[in-house]
Design a protein around this ligand. Structure first.
Ligand code: MD3
Ligand code: FE
Length: 209
């Protein structure tokens, strides 16, 4: 039985959507993916300041960022030059069951947070299809997530994202400011070395006219 909770208009929360056994299986797949497509540390456009979050991707396209090229999606890993590994089936299933958007996900960004990593309040606008929702799945330690409105100054709500939780962002929430204030070390035993993994599934290309 899947519980669906609307947090704000356009944001649906599925607490514990992926059971622990499924989390373990997915983590095993991710470990293989991260051998083929190692975590990298993206840097900010222009300043070159490193993100505290490490990243990789699977699926046909991946999100990358560096000082020279800025934020973008590309079909290959920035260091190995290899195509991104395939997206695990369970993620495709999550999209089919929860995203309610017929075209399948093109990109799965893998964010890895060590104990002190965080992600400042931002909008996701590097995609050409804002009609498509974004689906997020959390694994490992709990993350303190914050979401506001379409203006940076709009009031925000906080939510603790636990291992196995899924959030879907669509409609009015697709361009909402959001971020991860901090992770809570020691709240999960899933990752052998602790920390948090967040997967975001997205459409990147403009829908056919
Ligand atoms: C709301 N990741 O990768 S997931 C990101 O936990 C990102 O790693 C955070 O923000 C993380 O861009 C938050 C929740 C999330 C993801 C994408 C969104 C919320 C969103 C896109 C639009 C609106
Ligand atoms: Fe984001």
């Amino acid at each position: 039985m899947t519980v669906a909770i609307q947090i704000v208009p356009g944001v649906t929360y599925y607490p514990g959507w992926l059971p622990v056994e499924g989390q373990r299986q997915l983590l095993q797949k991710l470990e293989e993916i991260l051998v083929a497509a190692p975590l990298f540390q993206p840097t900010m456009p222009r300043t070159g300041k490193p993100f505290s979050v490490q990243m990789s991707n699977c699926g046909s396209l991946g999100w990358v960022s560096d000082r020279q090229g800025g934020y973008r999606y590309q079909a290959t890993h920035p260091q190995t030059g290899a195509p991104w590994p395939e997206m695990p089936k369970i993620l495709q299933t999550a999209w089919t069951d929860l995203a309610h958007y017929a075209p399948g996900p093109q990109a799965c960004l893998i964010n890895y947070y060590k104990d002190t990593a965080r992600m400042g309040l931002h909008q996701d606008r590097d995609e050409a299809d804002f009609d498509a929702p974004v689906l997020s799945l959390s694994l490992g330690d709990t993350g303190l997530f914050r979401i506001g409105g379409q203006e940076r100054s709009d009031k925000t709500k906080s939510l603790k994202l636990q291992s196995g939780d899924v959030l879907v962002f669509g409609g009015p929430a697709r361009l909402a400011f959001h971020g991860i204030d901090r992770i809570m070390p020691g709240t999960s035993t899933l990752l052998p070395n602790g920390g948090r993994i967040n997967l975001t599934l997205r459409r990147v290309d403009a829908p056919p006219a």
